[in-house]
Design a protein around this ligand. Structure first.
Ligand SMILES: Nc1ncnc2c1ncn2[C@@H]1O[C@H](COP(=O)(O)OP(=O)(O)OP(=O)(O)O)[C@@H](O)[C@H]1O
Ligand SMILES: [Mg+2]
Length: 309
């Protein structure tokens, strides 16, 4: 349905998207996962005909979107990373505005606006002006604006960044439902758990390149002989981390808030040694969990870095 061949984007001499290939079939839910600055938004802008690639081409139903951008635009719903709404207008007026852009009018426009307000859970706030809304409500309205014309493909750029947990759960539920109803979806995020929840196929992007592609299961096979030990402890110290690294040179040791994560090959049975090193360094371990691989581990395995800095 949507296909990108050797897409490249340079800003001046800086190459931010390097010859990537992607494919979305009808009804598929595809994730584009990558850290800040990976090139996700730039890729999406080229896929949706908003930005011209430096080289390469995008095809919608086998026709180049350079030749016929309208065919894609009229059936594409795009949820941009930056919220694009009129703060002085009400929720309903904002939707009506976007509906008119898509050519909806009269009774149909009113019906679609009401349907969308219901879908995004804002019916009871429809006559309030948008500048009084929370971040999460604005995000929901931003998504609603992309759905008015019943798109057959939806591209979402990090739609849950910086919002409260309830709105986030609401958005994820709404998106899941859209996918179940047959929407073709390209979902961009740097939250691996969202991509795991929503997407059948996943592209992992880093520094302008697609570094891995597959189903969740296929990607996890890349690290299936790995394990991650999650440690909680009193008095974690850099001396302890260094001692662990020295004992397990194959491991990656990193700290996330007050948890220490140690990823290493499964063949090692490290718990007894970890406890001994902890005792030597006056660290008291309060819990140790051995975890199966996640997409986070896949990213770490491929790049040596965590998905979130
Ligand atoms: N118009 C532009 N001019 C110059 N550089 C740009 C432009 N747009 C993006 N870039 C650069 O391209 C790189 C990729 O940016 P992009 O916004 O596509 O990344 P992203 O994966 O969407 O990141 P984020 O998760 O922060 O949204 C970054 O280094 C960014 O600074
Ligand atoms: Mg972005």
């Amino acid at each position: 349905m949507l296909q990108a061949i050797n897409l490249q984007k340079k800003f001046k001499t800086k190459e931010v998207v390097c010859n990537i290939n992607m494919q979305l079939e009808k009804g598929e839910s595809v994730g584009l996962l990558g850290p800040n600055g990976a090139g996700k938004s730039t890729t999406i802008s080229m896929l949706s005909s908003l930005v011209m690639p430096t080289s390469g081409e995008v095809f919608w139903n086998k026709v180049s979107i350079n030749k016929n951008p309208e065919a894609l635009r009229k059936t594409l719903g795009i949820v941009p990373q930056e919220i694009a709404l009129y703060p002085e207008l009400t929720a309903k007026e904002n939707l009506a505005f976007f509906g008119r852009i898509y050519g909806l009018k009269g009774r149909l426009l009113i019906e679609r606006t009401e349907e969308i307000l219901l879908k995004i859970g804002l019916s009871d706030r429809k006559n309030d002006i948008v500048k009084t809304f929370s971040g999460g409500m604005k995000r929901r309205l931003n998504i609603g604006a992309a759905l008015l014309h019943k798109p057959s493909i939806l591209i979402m750029d990090e739609p849950t960044v910086g919002i409260d947990p309830q709105s986030r759960a609401y958005i994820l539920d709404t998106v899941k439902q859209l996918v179940e109803e047959g929407m073709t979806l390209l979902y961009t995020s740097h939250y691996m758990e969202e991509v795991e929840l929503l997407c059948d196929k996943i592209y992992i992007m880093d520094q302008g390149e697609i570094i891995a592609y597959g189903t969740k299961e296929e990607l996890k096979l890349l690290v299936s002989d790995n394990q991650t030990i999650e440690l909680k402890a009193h008095l974690l110290s850099s001396a302890f981390e260094e001692a662990l690294q020295k004992q397990f040179p194959m491991a990656s040791v990193r700290k996330e808030e007050d948890i220490l994560l140690i990823s290493m090959p499964k063949k090692e049975e490290p718990l007894a040694t970890i406890f001994a090193i902890a005792a030597d360094n006056a660290v008291t371990i309060t819990s140790a969990i051995v975890k199966i691989p996640s997409l986070e581990d896949v990213f770490l395995h491929l790049t040596g870095r965590a998905l979130r800095d």
